[in-house]
Design a protein around this ligand. Sequence first.
Ligand SMILES: [Fe+2]
Ligand SMILES: [Fe+2]
Length: 301
Amino acid sequence: MLSREEFIKESLETNLFFQRIIKEHLYFYETSIAPFANDLILEASQLKMSLETLLDETINYAKGALSGNAIQASDFITAHTLQAEEANMKLTGVPVNTGITKNELSLESTLIPDYTDTLENAVIEINRKAYALLTDAIAYKNKLMTQALECKVFVCVYPEMLSHNLREEEHYLEILKALQEKTLPNNTVSDELKFWNHIMKDHAEFVDGMLDPTEKVLKQTAATTAKGFEMLVQESIQAANESQVVQKSTESTKNIRDYKHNTIVGLINCNIKSIIPPLLADHVLREANHYLKLLDKMKNS
Ligand SMILES: [Fe+2]
Ligand SMILES: [Fe+2]
């Protein structure tokens, strides 16, 4: 059973990371579905806006309730998020609420946070709203995936990326379910390693597939990185030496983090030829930062 302080911190950190992730998944569909399917575009847009409202509310409650370490992990936003949002808006004409990102940039830690029962009740309500919206987002994703696989809608997102996003959403749902019971999911270290190494492998494959064929060096690095994470997934399942897998995963994730960082800078400066939306590059960078935060916790537990 989590204490009130643990419950508030775990809930806020989880929501700050995942709410932005889920609203961006929706934004990527909104900007990638062919205009013909305007009902699907509108539905993605409305769900995205509902999540934006909730994220803004979560940020306001998180002010003064988080540790400096939580904020410095750069999994809520990075130094490039705002720029990536602005670039994506300019390229697609589809709006992103950058006011939320500006609000989040002012998120600061407090030396002596006050974990009151009023804050606890507000956080319970945020978890409840997040659960409801996430359930809608998952239903939407399943509908989109079915239509895409039946060739009834054209969407410039790989089917494998749709199922990758779905796995992230189901992972978030599992955490929210546990938080509603004031606990955390009963996952082993091996489960977490397997899940996140698989996510990192997918990212490397997606980047490889979305780079222009002439970007040979970048593509080669992405392909090698994907192979490395594929091996780490196998090692995570075997879990013969867990601490060694944690160490190897940390090294590989730091490498892919640096690669993603260079990709976002290259995209913003228009130095890389690809079909990667700038915000997607920042999105996967945040997911690597989040995994590094979890690996750090694994090392210290
Ligand atoms: Fe994602
Ligand atoms: Fe991802």
